[in-house]
Design a protein around this ligand. Sequence first.
Ligand SMILES: Nc1ncnc2c1ncn2[C@@H]1O[C@H](COP(=O)(O)OP(=O)(O)O)[C@@H](O)[C@H]1O
Ligand code: SF4
Ligand SMILES: [Mg+2]
Length: 333
Amino acid sequence: MTPDEGKNVLGKNILEVEGLVQYFDQTKPFLERLLTRAPKRRVHAVNRIAFNIREGEVFSLVGESGCGKSTTARAIVRLLKPQEGRIVFEGQDIARLDQRQLLPIRPRMQMIFQNPYASLDPRQKVGEMIMEPLLFHKLAADRKEARRRMLDLMETIGLHPEQADRYPHQFSGGQRQRLGIARALATYPRLVVADEPVSALDVSVQAQILNLMMDLRQRLGLTCLFIAHDLSVVRHISDRVAIMYLGFIVEQGCRDDIFDSPLHPYTEALLASAPSLEKRSIHVPLSGDVPSPLDLPAGCAFASRCPRKITRCAEERPQLREFGGRQVACHLV
Ligand SMILES: Nc1ncnc2c1ncn2[C@@H]1O[C@H](COP(=O)(O)OP(=O)(O)O)[C@@H](O)[C@H]1O
Ligand code: SF4
Ligand SMILES: [Mg+2]
């Protein structure tokens, strides 16, 4: 254990995201565009979002598929280069750093992926895979030390040390996700970004992995950005929750506020559709289409599906505003 492990106090901000914009340019080359008269195409995946994560906190980002959660995660760990905004990690803005400048940051931010199998090399023994980042980032003096840390990690995630010499296909889905977690923890990260870590698993296994993450959070004082498409998954694990829709954060606040008294119509709808929650009095069935991220609406992003919309909603985009300790973007709040 490093001196930093074992702490679990909510402290200063580890991450501050401000005005983050990430789009994907799909515009055809100039000549082709001239000949085919194709318009410029930009997928607006993340639209000026802002949030912060405090030390020791689990902050969850929730929204339907395609709303920009993974893009946000990939921008934060700088697998993407955002077009605008600040990503202040441990006091340093990393939004514009190049690959060389990012090298010392990489081990301090780690990602856990949705599909554990795709993120493990089938030809590498799992023990070697956990040792690799330790050796690459020179966080272990030699192979012997790296092996000791790896065996420790195998135990931490609930696997037998003797399984270290096996290959990924010899493990079940849940065990593979445990290995993904071990690899993410190997470098003593200050922030773990978990992108739908249980979505690909059977329901019974989901609970085991969520329990493991809650346990690690207690024991290691993990700080985590946790991503899910379903609110019921994040209920027990989160301190604060942000709800995302079409690349915008529409509501964010502490877990109990969001779950007990959702204010944004989309949060209400998500809660009403969450499978394992007891029935709520407000039930807002979602119908209508999500607008295309290629052509963002001028007004509220949720207007095409909102059962409460008023005339103003189609004309003016609601800004995220403080409301009783949380933030909501809706003209009615
Ligand atoms: N590399 C890419 N190129 C073009 N569009 C992309 C790319 N990655 C994601 N998108 C688009 O950005 C939007 C957000 O995607 P994503 O962040 O994966 O959503 P989520 O993780 O919430 O399901 C979607 O419309 C998706 O099609
Ligand atoms: S701003 Fe209007 S359309 Fe958007 S969520 Fe609020 S009421 Fe619904
Ligand atoms: Mg995703």
